[in-house]
Design a protein around this ligand. Structure first.
Ligand code: HEC
Ligand code: HEC
Length: 375
């Protein structure tokens, strides 16, 4: 019935047609805007914005100060030999300058200690992203059998024997010492370790003279021919995603019996049943158990990259030159390698320009924390 009325009413038909036209036009515009924002999100470098606010763990100067003391406190390790700062040393870019990080005595670590820089801007933590926030992350190394090897129940009681800590936790959290509050204080402190105002930041803010000619050429390669920006984007030069880029196992450690033990142990506690015969680092696979994540690792931030070598999750490259050569060849040989990497055919001059960009343009004002007085 209604249909016939519509058909017989040309005026109504016309106006319905007009509305439909307007709607499809709006849909089309929205689609274009979505595409633009998708690409802008995916493939932009941004100068460092102001520090985000973390409502679930707001920073106060007192909390940051408490976190700093804990970061340098050897009580956090089981045998009292190691603080967070032992492996994340402010003097070496908050890393330990070793291919494979230090470890609890008699054990051996299997991965490189990443730099603790600008992590306030990141969304995934560890090379395989198994922690989603820094509050949670901080308790892992304390418990890890091959890092600080400390018992958290014991640590809580040990810290309660230190009157300065009892007073500081009361003051900051209004309550007693708990592992969660230890994690919160450590996270609040680490979020203040910032590198900013690098030549790249100034350039992106509109100062076209902030990069030298060579650095500008490197920037063009980074964002163009080299396609580094496909993954190293956003304010911290990481998309917070995971890729298999074919990084080879580090030949100097892969067969070390203690590294093998650590690898099998980690796989076993992650629930990987074939852990007994595991001879390589499965990366993000251990977190998701998704075959596509086999040997995928997090896109690492490149800020302060000149300070933070050796490079990659297993420190297999000593120098930036080696890392650039690796990307120039289109990454490694893994059958599961991302299709985003292709041979780049960079000339020697282009490689030098890219290195100069990485080494100089990403070096900013980095907060170098001095060791506080630990109670
Ligand atoms: C024995 C050396 C060692 C000690 C001690 C240590 N770390 Fe680490 N840290 C590492 C290694 C190695 C990794 C990478 C592990 C991985 O990804 O599987 C890491 C990763 C991290 C990350 C993740 C960084 C990123 O880019 O995702 C943070 C944050 C961190 N550690 C903070 C701490 C804190 C806080 C402490 C003290 C409670 C601490 N670490 C103690 C070696 C150490
Ligand atoms: C497909 C994504 C992707 C592209 C494209 C890419 N990278 Fe990476 N990059 C990564 C990932 C993932 C890692 C960490 C891999 C690992 O440790 O196994 C990484 C690590 C690095 C590291 C070592 C960081 C550290 O602290 O150890 C450097 C340097 C680097 N990339 C530079 C570049 C340059 C230069 C380009 C362009 C020529 C580039 N990347 C292109 C994903 C990418």
């Amino acid at each position: 019935m209604i249909k016939t009325v519509e058909h017989k009413n040309p005026k109504l038909r016309k106006s319905i047609k007009a509305v439909l036209q307007i709607l499809s036009f709006l849909f089309f515009i929205a689609l274009i805007l979505m595409c633009i924002s998708f690409y802008a999100d995916a493939e932009n470098l941004e100068s460092l914005p102001p520090l985000p606010i973390f409502p679930e763990n707001p920073a106060t100067p007192e909390k940051v100060e408490l976190g700093k003391k804990l970061f340098f406190d050897r009580r956090l390790s089981g045998d009292g030999t190691m603080a967070c700062a032992t492996c994340h040393n402010p003097e070496t870019g908050y890393s330990d300058a070793l291919p494979i990080s230090l470890s609890y005595p008699t054990t051996r670590n299997w991965r490189n200690a990443p730099a603790i820089i600008n992590l306030a801007y990141n969304k995934a933590f560890f090379w395989d992203g198994r922690a989603v926030n820094m509050e949670e992350q901080a308790l892992f190394p304390i418990m890890s059998a091959f890092e600080m090897n400390q018992n958290l129940d014991y640590l809580e009681e040990e810290l309660k024997e230190v009157p300065e800590y009892v007073a500081a936790f009361q003051d900051v959290f209004g309550g007693e010492i708990t592992r969660e509050r230890v994690g919160m204080a450590l996270a609040a402190f680490q979020k203040t370790i910032i590198s900013k105002d690098s030549p790249l930041d100034k350039y992106l803010q509109g100062n076209k003279d902030a990069l030298t000619q060579v650095q500008k050429k490197g920037y063009d390669i980074f964002t163009g021919k080299g396609n580094c920006i496909a993954c190293h984007n956003g304010p911290n030069l990481t998309d917070n995603k995971f890729y298999n880029i074919g990084v080879p196992e580090n030949p100097s450690v892969v067969n070390d019996p203690r590294v093998s033990a650590t690898r099998r142990f980690t796989a076993k506690v992650s629930g990987y049943t074939a852990y007994r015969t595991l001879s390589e680092d499965p990366g993000r696979y251990l977190v998701t158990k998704d075959r596509r994540d086999w040997k995928a690792f997090k896109t690492q931030t490149l800020r302060e990259i000149s300070l933070t070598g050796p490079y990659m999750h297993n420190g297999v490259f000593d120098t930036l030159k080696e890392a650039i050569e690796f990307f120039n060849k289109g990454g490694g040989n893994d059958p599961n390698k991302t299709p985003l990497l292709k041979p780049l055919h960079l000339t020697d001059e282009e490689k030098r320009a890219l290195e100069s960009f990485l080494r100089e343009a990403l070096t900013g004002d980095l907060v170098i924390v001095k060791m506080p007085e630990v109670p």
